[in-house]
Design a protein around this ligand. Sequence first.
Ligand code: FAD
Length: 315
Amino acid sequence: MNEYDVVIVGAGAAGLSAALYTSRRRLKTLILSKDMGGQTATTMDIENYPGVDFSTGPDLMKNFAAQAKKFGAELVLDEVIGISRDGQKFSVSTKSGKTYSAKAIILGLGKRPRELDVAGEEKFRNKGVVYCATCDAPLFKDKIVAVIGGGNAAFDSALLLSKIAAKVYLIHRRNEFRAENILVERAKQTDKIEFILNAIVDSIEGKDFVDSVVISTPSGKKTLAVEGVFVEIGQIVPSSFIKGLVELNDAGEIIIDNVNQTSASGIFAAGDATIVPFKQMVVSAGEGAKAALAAYNYIQGQSLDTATADQGYIK
Ligand SMILES: Cc1cc2nc3c(=O)[nH]c(=O)nc-3n(C[C@H](O)[C@H](O)[C@H](O)COP(=O)(O)OP(=O)(O)OC[C@H]3O[C@@H](n4cnc5c(N)ncnc54)[C@H](O)[C@@H]3O)c2cc1C
């Protein structure tokens, strides 16, 4: 039986919080997600989630999921590849070939790292090509690595790696940085970091694992011997499969109103994937709760922002 009241796409802070709220409202809830925990599951240090002094990301997300499951939410690991309107309901199709029906949809798609799109990147993914320095920096102890990018994330990664790796090349396509000055100054004072500016990555090379990166600089092509390539060139919303279904801004973020309704009636969105600023866990979790309550009101046929005395407190 693949019929649900609500299908939530994404098991990050937004999707799992939404699931807690919809399942506590006795809505039959399914979470479909490519992975468990989203971006939070890629960090080992969370110390700014209220009420939780310290947690690893994976542990905190496991607690989010367990709490939602306690109230009946189901979680299936699968990628959603299409959503279409089917009369009064929605039809949701997944990569594994399954189809689910729902009265309302909540999108908690989050963000994922932008790729370089160069030869060798896909081949050496997790074999030297890394998108999360916090997760994988320890694997590069005493090795030579390259960080690609010029924003805060690139500098955070380079500074972290400078404490672990033998040497860090910071490769940036411009000669100025988007990163905060304080980070740039710290990196400039760190002997192990060498800046290579006005340089574009042409390819990532190796046999079984990365052994070099080829770059184009104003003085010609260069091959740098590195065992790790940390790609830190920003993030994108994985929203291509919903283009045309809901309105997106130029950055691909989902446009929502103050109760998380997208441009399509019955489809709600929350978290990093939306236009809401400050991409943080606590923000995503709160937005997930709002989307869930609005979806509940939608299914009940009530005004979306109806606030009742027991809003959110149903036992
Ligand atoms: C390294 C790192 C450290 C961080 N540290 C902190 C911190 O200390 N404190 C803090 O507050 N924030 C931190 N953040 C930010 C925080 O993790 C995000 O704000 C939060 O994860 C956003 O939650 P979300 O649910 O909106 O999206 P995400 O966590 O990105 O989750 C989105 C989910 O949707 C799934 N998904 C996407 N598309 C599909 C699809 N088509 N089908 C199925 N599933 C799909 C993804 O697989 C993922 O599970 C950190 C982020 C990173 C990367």
